[in-house]
Write a protein that binds this ligand. Structure first.
Ligand SMILES: Nc1ncnc2c1ncn2[C@@H]1O[C@H](COP(=O)(O)OP(=O)(O)OP(=O)(O)O)[C@@H](O)[C@H]1O
Ligand SMILES: [Mg+2]
Length: 295
């Protein structure tokens, strides 16, 4: 479905990503886990076609990605809703841009787009899709509300529904729940698992939260930093939906923590020098392992 071959990215002199090779299979839930600044957002923006490639290739169904397209929709951390549109219209917004010929090369940005003009969905289908999605994310009652009248979790659900409305081949998610409180995050984890199981979408999910990655994914790619590269590819072979309390998942979290020890040590030395004890960093403590700013 999605193939990343020897991908490199530099910003000026700074080498951000080096030699990434990733294959994403159809219907897979793949998480990309890594510490802050390792290049996760840069990678997912490149897949979305929002950021240029410095070397290597990104292929979507054997065609090179060169621009954004409705086959790869990115859900941002902030939700990025239109404040002047209500829930229903926010979800419906992208639909008018989805063309019938999804196989045409225009979505890959090679300039041959003008040929396919027909909308993928009729007006009736659009209406139906939006209604169905509002129900799927439990926002039907709130369809006339505007973003400022919604909680953070509701806004993120609108954002997910809006992305699904466009019927992308791949849903790209960049830390979509990181700004939410724990309870809301847990509810949305359940919802995302359910939506994924219902729709069988391929999802590429960026996070620095180990527990979240283990709970949601079929496979976790662990990234190292400076420059960003894949250091581990870990399958999570347990049935969905999952509960965080499942002992198998707790064990997987430990395996991932173990695979990160060298990376954490590297960061610790860079930031604190040799004299700083690992225990004092608190990296291994707490119920919700993250690879965030604390490392
Ligand atoms: N447009 C840009 N111009 C220059 N440097 C950039 C740009 N975007 C990102 N970088 C740099 O690339 C590196 C990786 O950034 P990126 O945002 O991809 O990291 P991240 O893994 O998503 O981090 P976080 O977990 O904090 O979101 C950082 O050093 C950042 O400063
Ligand atoms: Mg980021």
């Amino acid at each position: 479905m999605l193939e990343i071959q020897n991908l490199h990215k530099s910003f000026g002199q700074e080498k951000v990503l080096e030699g990434l090779n990733i294959t994403v299979n159809k219907g897979e839930f793949l998480s990309i886990l890594g510490p802050s600044g390792c290049g996760k957002s840069t990678l997912i923006h490149m897949i979305a076609g929002l950021e240029s490639v410095s070397g290597g290739k990104i292929l979507m169904k054997d065609r090179e990605v060169k621009a954004p397209g409705t086959d790869r929709i990115l859900v941002f951390q902030s939700g990025a809703l239109f404040p002047w549109l209500n829930v229903k219209d926010n979800i419906a917004f992208g639909l008018s841009n989805v063309k019938a010929d999804k196989k045409s090369q225009d979505r890959l940005g090679d300039g041959k787009s003008k040929k396919s003009k027909k909308d993928k969905f009729s007006d009736e289908e659009k209406e139906e899709r939006v209604e169905e999605l509002m129900k799927k994310v439990h926002l039907y009652r709130f369809r006339d509300k505007f973003p400022h009248q919604l909680s953070g979790g509701m806004k993120q659900r609108v954002s997910i529904a809006r992305s699904l409305a466009m019927d992308p081949e791949v849903l790209l998610m960049d830390e979509p729940f990181s700004a939410l409180d724990e309870q809301t995050k847990m509810v949305l984890h359940e919802e995302l698992q359910r939506i994924w199981m219902d729709t069988k979408k391929t999802i590429v999910f960026v996070t620095h939260n180990i527990r979240e990655a283990v709970k949601l994914s079929d496979r976790v790619l662990v990234m190292g930093s400076q420059p960003g590269k894949i250091i581990k590819d870990i399958p999570i072979p347990y049935a969905h939906p999952r509960k965080v309390t499942d002992p198998n998942l707790v064990e997987m979290e430990k395996v991932i923590m173990e695979s990160l020890k060298d990376e954490i040590e590297k960061r610790r030395k860079e930031e604190f020098g040799d004299g700083y004890p690992v225990e004092a960093s608190g990296v291994f403590s707490g119920p919700d392992y993250t690879m965030g700013d604390g490392i």
